[in-house]
Design a protein around this ligand. Structure first.
Ligand SMILES: [Zn+2]
Ligand SMILES: [Zn+2]
Ligand SMILES: [Zn+2]
Ligand SMILES: [Zn+2]
Length: 551
């Protein structure tokens, strides 16, 4: 184990012996930035939710895209980008050793057209990104195989769910986070195999519960006390009566959760790992929102990765990946963004079926390529070795793209979700800031106080109104599918726009920082790494104390 000082934040960080073995395996050099600063660089490459309307630079038709109309890049719609009407290899150029790699890369970046949106095989779901195989969905992100879902992030195989995040195989849920196989649940967190839950936390195999926590096989429970079905229905009606009664229950739930015993991490079937929100992971540190990982560390939003480090949004069995934002399958992927079904690539962006490449953009199939130009194997190998030797001299090689290469501004990219900065702070640290993102202000046609407090008073005319967010004053609208959903489950209209609702939801989850703490059960001396900061009010137990208490 060695200790290093991060070249960005000047904090000390650790490089473990197994990290060094890994760097050798993927043919790279040890990092000069701490895990947090490495993650930040990658997040800057991901605009997940800020959508714009602008014309495609090829067919000139309007499209929904991640790039603002003022963006420096050429942007193509899905059909044009994939068409034979242009050739990304025509932008190929010779490598110039009198200039740095990133100078040349940046120039290429301004010329090669980019894919407007990362959305595939969706049906009637234009306003989604990082998405595939969705049907009739609206404003859902990083989500696959859903039907009729709205305003959500990270949904997998859900149906008719609205305002949810990290939700799997569920139906008719509203405002749920980290739930799996749930039906008709609302305002609930970390629940599984349950139905008709309202303001519940960490329930399993439970039905008809309100304001209950850590329940197993519970039914008709209110505040963890068993009632009759009639009493449950009465209480449910009372809470869902109108906007105010729901707001009151929200506050009650926050207090209830403070006094609830919690496991130090949301880990299931894991062995020898640290991190949170993880399942079936073996051997690694700092894993977040990761499933089925073997021998991986410093990962976020990944599924089935093997022998990889520092990867985000990395799916379908990729292995030997390092410093990656966005990949499907592939191996020996280094320092790249959105590289799909590719092998042995360095510093590539938005490429498919690419092998043996460095510094390529928007390639759809290629081999032995540098700056979008194709080579014979021998000359490629020679040139690649020379380029990497030069980059190593500048300490550029082995680190993810520097922030000035990022295609998005600070407040457009996911970095703003995890490490929020004000405009002034971001600019001071050298990041770009997007002045005009989407949306309007001051155009509302109805005030919040004039919105009916219960859904029974709302009719179709609301679809023509422009509402105003009670938090940020941004305008928003109610769409038909949404109104039908609220009517169906008897919910009042929201009084915040979808961005503020999303932010409120994300605040309920823990961050990606780990703290070394000990179990709070009296007499227990077990220690662990947890995302619960020491000053948090919750009661945090080790695995075995938690099992004794809850199972
Ligand atoms: Zn740092
Ligand atoms: Zn087009
Ligand atoms: Zn807002
Ligand atoms: Zn304990």
């Amino acid at each position: 184990m060695t200790k290093e000082i991060c070249k960005t934040c000047s904090k000390e960080f650790v490089i473990r012996d197994e990290d060094l073995v890994f760097y050798e395996q993927v043919k790279t050099v040890p990092p000069i930035y701490c895990p947090e600063c490495r993650m930040a660089r990658r997040l800057l490459f991901r605009n997940e939710r800020i959508l714009y309307k602008r014309p495609c630079d090829l067919c000139k038709k309007d499209m929904i895209t991640l790039y603002s109309p003022e963006s420096l890049y050429k942007v193509y719609c899905h059909d044009c980008w994939w068409s034979d009407d242009w050739n990304p290899k025509s932008f190929g150029r010779d490598y110039d050793f009198s200039k740095t790699f990133f100078e040349q890369y940046k120039k290429l970046q301004k010329e090669v057209p980019r894919l407007g949106l990362a959305a595939f095989k969706n049906i009637q779901s234009d306003y989604t990104n990082g998405s595939a195989e969705n049907k009739d969905c609206y404003l859902i992100f990083a989500s696959d195989y859903n039907e009729e879902c709205l305003y959500s992030r990270l949904l997998q195989r859900d149906k008719q769910c609205v305002d949810c995040a990290f939700l799997h195989e569920s139906e008719l849920c509203y405002e749920c986070i980290d739930c799996r196989k749930c039906f008709k649940c609302m305002f609930s967190e970390q629940c599984r195999d349950s139905s008709d839950l309202l303001f519940c936390y960490n329930m399993r195999n439970s039905q008809n519960c309100i304001l209950s926590t850590n329940g197993r096989n519970a039914s008709n429970s209110i505040l963890n006390i068993k009632y009759t079905k009639e009493e449950f229905e009465k209480k449910k009606k009372e809470i869902l009566k109108d906007y105010e009664s729901i707001e009151k229950a929200k506050k009650e739930f926050v207090e209830l959760k403070k006094n609830t015993i919690r496991k130090f991490t949301m880990q299931t079937k894991c062995h020898n790992v640290t991190g949170d929100y993880i399942h079936n992971c073996y051997d690694g540190v700092e894993l977040f929102d990761t499933f089925d990982a073997k021998n991986c560390s410093y990962m976020k939003d990944t599924e089935k990765p093997i022998d990889s480090m520092d990867c985000n949004n990395y799916y379908y069995n990729p292995h030997f990946g390092y410093n990656i934002m966005g990949a499907l399958e592939g191996s020996m992927l280094r320092n790249s963004a959105f590289v799909f079904y590719s092998n042995e690539v360095d510093y590539c962006d938005m490429c498919y079926n690419l092998a043996n490449a460095i510094g390529c953009i928007s390639i759809r199939k290629g081999n032995y390529m540098i700056l979008n130009k194709e080579y014979e194997k021998e000359s490629f190998d020679k040139l690649r070795t020379q380029i990497i030797a030069e980059m190593k001299k500048e300490k550029d090689y082995g680190q993810f793209f520097p922030p000035e290469i990022a295609p998005f501004a600070y407040n457009e990219s996911l970095i703003n979700d995890f490490y929020p900065l004000t405009k002034d702070e971001a600019i001071k640290r050298g990041y770009r800031w997007q002045e005009k993102t989407t949306g309007t202000y001051g155009k509302e046609t109805i005030k919040n106080e004039d919105i009916p407090k219960s859904i029974s008073g709302v009719d179709e005319n609301i679809l023509d109104e422009i509402l105003v967010c009670s938090d940020c004053n941004k305008n928003y609208k109610i769409i038909r599918a949404e109104l039908e959903f609220y009517k169906r489950i008897n919910l009042p209209l929201p009084q915040k726009d979808f961005e503020c609702r999303h932010n409120d939801r994300m605040k309920k989850r823990n961050g990606m920082k780990l703290y070394h703490r000990s179990c709070m059960k009296e007499g227990c001396t077990n220690e662990f790494e947890t995302t619960y900061a020491p000053d948090r009010p919750e009661i945090i137990y080790c695995e075995s104390c938690y099992q004794q208490e809850v199972y």
